[in-house]
Design a protein around this ligand. Structure first.
Ligand code: ZN
Length: 255
């Protein structure tokens, strides 16, 4: 039997073929976009994660420092030779200066999380500015270092806040959408661990809390998470370190 190839159906359904070819060519690029989008947004003034092929991730802790939980977290990080970033509240900084000094002394990074956990979106730019400066001053007075990173409470931001942050030389850091274990809701140690380690990717920024309530589950989960990530070959670094390790052009510089 001789198989003959006819162009007749191709000609008849050329529009369909055209659509199929466009889909085949475009789908991988589109899917890559979808995947990247799932880790964070596209606003170049904000950081959700960093593009890198190196196995580095940034663990971050909000709402502290806490007299009870922060020392336990520090000890776990230290044992694992891990660094992390603490987005502190100015009022907690003022209440626990020795602890803040210890966090800084251990090579951890300290970022600004406002003075009193305010929603920066609902305040005026002038109020946002005052609040952020108050925290900057409190942290600098204790550590001698002025933070270069801030994280808005509730992840709530707008264009005005981005402008205020930029004027204070503060980079706005959020977190990878796939790396929010919702530890503040105390979902159980196993849930916190699996939510973090199952989806981890190079360049991720993981969101934890060391203050704002009973963080026993976070502490217990963290000791398992650092072991798992180390076994997977990940290095845990500060957010500034992660930004420095980013591949060229992987995030737009703040202008
Ligand atoms: Zn917070």
């Amino acid at each position: 039997m001789i198989w003959t190839f006819s162009l007749k159906p191709v000609r008849r359904h050329w529009r369909l073929w055209l659509v199929l070819i466009i889909l085949m060519v475009g789908a991988p690029a589109w899917w890559r976009e979808v995947e990247a989008g799932a880790r964070g947004g596209t606003n170049p003034n904000l950081v959700w994660y960093v593009k890198t092929h190196q196995k580095v991730v940034a663990l971050t802790f909000d709402d502290g420092p806490s007299k009870v939980f922060t020392p336990k977290i520090l000890s776990i990080l230290n044992q694992a030779h891990a660094k992390a970033t603490f987005f502190m509240l100015g009022q907690a900084v003022t209440a626990h200066p020795a602890l803040v000094r210890e966090v800084s002394r251990m090579g951890m990074e300290i970022g600004n999380h406002t003075y009193a956990h305010i929603n920066l979106k609902v305040h005026s730019p002038a109020q946002d500015r005052l609040d952020l400066i108050r925290s900057q001053d409190a942290i600098q007075a204790i550590t001698g270092k002025l933070p270069t990173l801030m994280r808005p409470p509730y992840g709530a931001y707008n264009a005005a806040l981005i402008k205020v942050a930029r004027s204070l030389n503060l980079r706005v850091i959020l977190w990878s959408w796939t790396e929010d274990p919702r530890d503040w809701a105390n979902p159980g140690v196993a849930a916190i661990v699996s939510r973090v380690v199952n989806h981890i990717q190079p360049g991720d920024i993981v969101l934890f809390h060391d203050g704002g309530g009973d963080r026993s589950q976070t502490v217990e989960a963290l000791s398992l998470i650092v072991k798992d990530l180390s076994a997977q070959g990940y290095r845990m670094v500060t957010v500034s370190h992660l930004l420095n390790d980013a591949e060229p052009n992987s995030h737009s510089p703040q202008t």
